[in-house]
Write a protein that binds this ligand. Structure first.
Ligand SMILES: Nc1ncnc2c1ncn2[C@@H]1O[C@H](COP(=O)(O)OP(=O)(O)O)[C@@H](O)[C@H]1O
Ligand SMILES: [Mg+2]
Length: 312
């Protein structure tokens, strides 16, 4: 494929409070600061990433505008959902806002399917196909944005559920953010197993891009141990750049700003800028908007070979 296209990156960890939203927002902002057009997608019904842009999802709905829930419920293309913020990041950063209705999306799609099974008498095989199609609605919605942007960054809710699956099916890469205090080996292997299923059943090209340690206290032995352990488990994916524990991150969220806007020139912002460059280096993207290249490197953290691709 020679067409320029966005790299689609999912922040994935089923634990709450491990830095998914903070990383999604500031990585998306970091890409935009590097001159790369970036769309941030908020798949969490809590809408923390959406809040960073002072967007009220209910107000949007009242105004007849769409949220990412409509990608699933009404097959809306991302281009009809996308919001731009001309004054921030020189127009390079856009948002597909979340909505609390995301919580009900799977139940609603399942109920619709059941109704069709009864009303239209569709076969179990067709039912399976329609269920797969429901999971692929996000990918379909993002397709016109994939063709138009450099990066799509997807924030996900804290569970191994429908939204995360839909995001992983739509993605090229996933990133695992970890806080030392929330580090959990079993949790990470369940996440990896979920990713493995997605790779086998629908998206063979999905790969781990980075493991990012946040909320890090450099002089705490436990934190140093977790860092070393993660490096051992994910030797290629573990980022050199860590994000230190800093009150600036909470302040930025409170002020509905990215870290670059809330604490310019301070360590918290500088670390995210450095992390952005480390990730861009992995993707071999030059500053100024050269399109990402695929890295042809085997996935070392996931030993199972994947040979089957249904919807790749
Ligand atoms: N490096 C950091 N230092 C201190 N607090 C942080 C840091 N990163 C994030 N936080 C705070 O930790 C909380 C959880 O982070 P968040 O990104 O919302 O996690 P998740 O999306 O995984 O639930 C938030 O209140 C956030 O402001
Ligand atoms: Mg979050």
């Amino acid at each position: 494929m020679t067409e320029p296209r966005a790299s689609v990156i999912v922040l994935a960890n089923q634990k709450g409070g491990c830095g998914k939203s903070t990383t999604a927002v500031n990585l998306a902002g970091g890409f935009a600061r590097e001159g790369l057009s970036t769309c941030l997608v908020d798949l969490d019904s809590q809408c923390n990433a959406t809040g960073t842009f002072s967007v009220d999802p209910d107000e949007l709905r009242d105004q007849g505008k769409f949220t990412v829930a409509d990608a699933f419920l009404a097959n809306k293309p991302g281009t009809q959902i996308e919001l731009a913020f001309g004054d921030r990041f020189e127009g390079k950063l856009t948002l597909l806002p979340g909505h609390r209705a995301l919580d009900q999306v799977q139940a609603q799609l399942d109920a619709d399917l059941k109704r069709r099974v009864i009303a239209d008498g569709i076969s179990p095989m067709e039912e399976d196909d329609l269920r797969s199609e429901n999971r692929l609605r996000l990918k379909k919605s993002l397709a016109p944005l994939v063709a138009a942007r450099d990066f799509i960054v997807i924030d996900t809710p804290p569970r191994l559920g429908f939204e995360l699956t839909a995001a992983l099916l739509a993605a090229d890469w996933y990133i695992i953010p970890v806080f030392p205090s929330k580090y959990d080996v079993d949790g990470l292997s369940r996440l990896t197993a979920t990713v493995q299923k997605v790779r086998q059943r629908g998206n063979a090209k999905l790969r781990l891009l980075a493991v990012i340690l946040g909320n890090y206290k450099a002089n705490t032995v436990l934190h140093q141990d977790v860092r070393a352990k993660l490096k051992g488990t994910f030797p290629d994916a573990m980022c050199e750049t860590v994000i230190n524990d800093s009150v600036r991150h909470g302040e930025a969220t409170f002020r509905r700003q990215t870290i670059y806007e809330a604490a310019p020139g301070q360590q918290a912002a500088n670390q995210f800028a450095q992390l952005t460059r480390e990730i861009l280096d992995r993707l071999q993207v030059e500053k100024g908007g050269v399109k990402p290249l695929a890295i042809e490197k085997p996935e070392s953290a996931e030993p199972v070979a994947v040979t089957e691709a249904a919807n790749g």
